[in-house]
Ligand binder design. Sequence first.
Ligand SMILES: *[C@@H]1O[C@H](CO)[C@@H](O)[C@H](O)[C@H]1NC(C)=O
Ligand SMILES: *[C@@H]1O[C@H](CO)[C@@H](O)[C@H](O)[C@H]1NC(C)=O
Length: 367
Amino acid sequence: MSMATCSESSFCIIVTTLLLSISFASAQQRAFFVFGDSLVDSGNNDFLATTARADAPPYGIDFPTHRPTGRFSNGLNIPDIISEQLGLEPTLPYLSPLLIGEKLLVGANFASAGIGILNDTGFQFLHIIHIYKQLKLFQHYQQRLSAHIGAEEAWRHVNQALVLITLGGNDFVNNYYLVPYSARSRQFSLPDYVIYIISEYRLILKRLYDLGARRVLVTGTGPMGCVPAELALRSGNGECDVELQRAASLFNPQLVEMVKGLNREIGAHVFIAVNAYEMNMDFVNNPRAYGFVTSKIACCGQGPFNGMGLCSPISNLCPNRDLYAFWDPFHPSEKANRIIVQQMMTGSVQYMHPMNLSTIMAIDSRV
Ligand SMILES: *[C@@H]1O[C@H](CO)[C@@H](O)[C@H](O)[C@H]1NC(C)=O
Ligand SMILES: *[C@@H]1O[C@H](CO)[C@@H](O)[C@H](O)[C@H]1NC(C)=O
């Protein structure tokens, strides 16, 4: 760096070091906020009276502490790996008593296993943090942050943050298809239901924008018919369930269109559509190419495909979690989460629309 004021080399070094440390500090301090369901819950449900929880072994077996943390993973989950890739501290669950003081600057994770786009999704899990409650807690968070660093600085911190929202899977698995002749399936045909939940999702994203979010990764659903739970429940032969796959194939393209429409309306690339379906399908279709022995059998579970019931201390447990695409009947292993986040970072426009996370980080660091 050459500066006109560099008359003495020692002064130059000081200026350069100062500039470097300032840009380092601001890069370090980009906050990360997470909203959504069990795919991204980092432990909020441990603080709630709900049946949707991952607080018993062998959950967390490959986490640095080797203990359950509330994450629905053998180790790290998708938000953890995003933080890791971006050089950020992992975000704490919003309900954690450790989320105080300086830690507020890191961001917060509001996600709660079991929830969906709709308020009635996941009612069977009792006390979970539905999405509008998560947004309410985001407001509380902003008040606390304002008290800490001032309102103006807090608003800027939120504007400059990265946000991840993961919703939709439970609106099918734990609502529309929860039981035969569910209330929602009697109310709506599948195509009409998809239109309805997309319109509700749109309201949620607009609310997030109104609350200050300006860079939001919006994930679609994975291949819901291919998870071990659905193979056990609905498929005799290990073929992905056609009906749930149809739901995913209706929902995901409409989500992308909705996101594009919102961006047009706002006039900026605020929302980034993450093609979680393709990211998962890559290793579901071709597990060996990704170092897995299977994408059909869960590492932890019981019954056909280890897909029946929950992963618990008495379940079958595979010795090497890295060889399994699915950790439990519904959730990817840490290894699979790493493959997903890698595509988020550097994937082509087929995976990340309109751009991948490394491009976003490069653009945003220039502003
Ligand atoms: C869901 O609940 C929120 C807040 O309680 C409310 O604003 C919203 O309208 C509800 N959505 C539907 C579809 O009822
Ligand atoms: C990530 O995005 C950038 C910019 O859009 C692009 O140049 C790059 O090729 C993308 N990565 C891949 C692997 O496509």
